[in-house]
Design a protein around this ligand. Structure first.
Ligand code: SAM
Length: 298
C-alpha cells in the first residue's frame, strides 16, 4: 500500500500533536548510549519485538486489567514498536505514551497511530510534575545496556512516580550474564565479550536480580519468568543478539574515542564477523529473557 499525504495535512497533524504533549522537551540529546540508532539498528530492535511477541504471546500481561481510557507509558521506547503494536491490539481509547532519551529512532510524527504520542524524557531523573501519578501501566523492555553500575534505583523510582496507586510495572529484559551459548567458537567469543564488558564497565548482573529489587521501591511482585527461548526462536535470538553485539562494539569504540581512552575492539569485530558467517550450522548465541510484573502498593 502506498501512503500519500499532502504536506499541509502532515503539518496540521504535527501542530495538533505538538500541543497535546505538554511538559516534555521534544529534542534530541547527547548521550553515551552504547547501541546504535541508525536504520539497521532500528530494524534489529523491531526484529527483537517479533522475538518477544512470539516468546510471550501477549502485549500486556494477562493479569493487567484493560480498561476504557487507561494510560500506558513506555520508558526507553526506541522505535516505538511496542506501542505501535499495542495500538493495534488494545482498544482505541487506550492512551499510549512513549518516552526516550533520544528521538533518533522515532518514526516521523505523521506516521504515529492516533492514540500514540512519543517524546524525549530522561527516565533516570524525576519526571515532570504534570506526569506524576498519571499512568495505569509503565512498560520497560531491553534496558540492559542503559544502566551504570547495576543501579536500577533511579529508573524504578521514576516508574513509581509515573504510576497511579495500584498501577502496574511490566518489565522484559535480556540477561547477558546467564546466556545460552553452544559451539566452541561461540563459547570462546562469549568469553571475550565477558572480558570486554568488564574492561569498559558494562554490567548486566542486575537483570537476573530485577525481581528482588522491586519490593524496596514499593512494588509487589506478581509474576516473574526466566525461561530460555524455545528452539524455534533460537535462530532469531542468535541473529539479533549478534547484530546487537556489533552495535555495542561500535559503541565502545565511539565512546572510547570520545573519552580519549584506548580500547581496541578489532579482534572482537573480526571474530564476530566469522561467527556471523556460521550462524546456520547450529550455533546458539542467546541471552535469557527475564520478565517481571509488579504492582505499585497503595
Ligand atoms: C535497546 S533499546 C530498547 C527499545 C525498546 N524498549 C524496545 O524494546 O524495542 C533501549 C532504549 O532506551 C533508551 N534509553 C537509554 N537511556 C535512557 C534514559 N536514561 N531514559 C530514557 N530512555 C533511555 C535508548 O535511547 C534506547 O532507545
Amino acid at each position: 500500500m502506498r501512503i500519500t499525504a499532502s504536506p499541509n495535512s502532515c503539518e496540521d497533524d504535527m501542530r495538533s500533536r505538538k500541543t497535546a504533549f505538554i511538559g516534555v522537551l521534544l529534542r534530541g540529546v547527547e548521550d553515551h548510549y552504547v547501541l546504535g540508532r541508525g536504520v539497521s539498528d532500528s530494524i534489529r530492535l523491531d526484529a527483537q519485538h517479533l522475538l518477544w511477541g512470539m516468546y510471550l504471546g501477549h502485549i500486556l500481561h494477562p493479569q493487567i486489567p484493560i480498561t476504557e481510557g487507561m494510560k500506558i507509558a513506555e520508558l526507553g521506547t526506541g522505535t516505538g514498536i511496542w506501542l505501535f503494536d499495542a495500538s493495534r491490539k488494545l482498544p482505541p481509547a487506550v492512551e499510549l505514551h512513549g518516552y526516550d532519551l533520544s528521538d533518533g529512532q522515532f518514526p516521523a510524527r505523521h506516521l504515529w497511530p492516533e492514540n500514540v504520542i512519543l517524546g524525549v524524557m530522561d527516565s533516570l531523573i524525576d519526571p515532570p510534575s504534570n506526569l506524576v501519578g498519571q499512568y495505569d501501566v509503565v512498560h520497560l523492555r531491553m534496558w540492559a545496556s542503559n544502566l551504570k553500575e547495576n543501579d536500577t534505583a533511579p529508573v524504578l523510582e521514576h516508574a513509581k512516580k509515573l504510576l497511579k496507586p495500584g498501577g502496574y510495572i511490566q518489565w522484559e529484559d535480556a540477561d547477558l550474564v546467564n546466556q545460552a551459548v553452544c559451539g566452541g567458537e561461540a563459547e570462546q567469543f562469549a568469553g571475550m565479550m565477558r572480558e570486554l564488558f568488564k574492561q569498559v564497565g558494562l554490567q548486566y548482573e542486575w537483570v537476573a536480580d530485577l525481581p528482588n529489587r522491586f519490593p524496596s521501591h514499593g512494588f509487589e511482585v506478581l509474576h516473574t519468568g526466566n525461561k530460555k527461548f524455545h528452539h524455534d526462536l533460537i535462530q532469531l535470538c542468535t541473529n539479533t543478539y549478534l547484530m546487537a553485539i556489533a552495535e555495542i562494539l561500535r559503541g565502545i569504540e565511539r565512546n572510547s574515542v570520545a573519552s580519549d581512552s584506548t580500547i581496541s575492539v578489532w579482534v572482537h569485530e573480526e571474530t564476530l564477523s566469522k561467527l556471523l558467517q556460521n550462524t546456520k550450522h547450529g550455533m546458539v548465541y542467546n541471552w535469557i529473557p527475564i520478565t517481571v510484573l509488579g504492582q505499585k502498593k497503595n
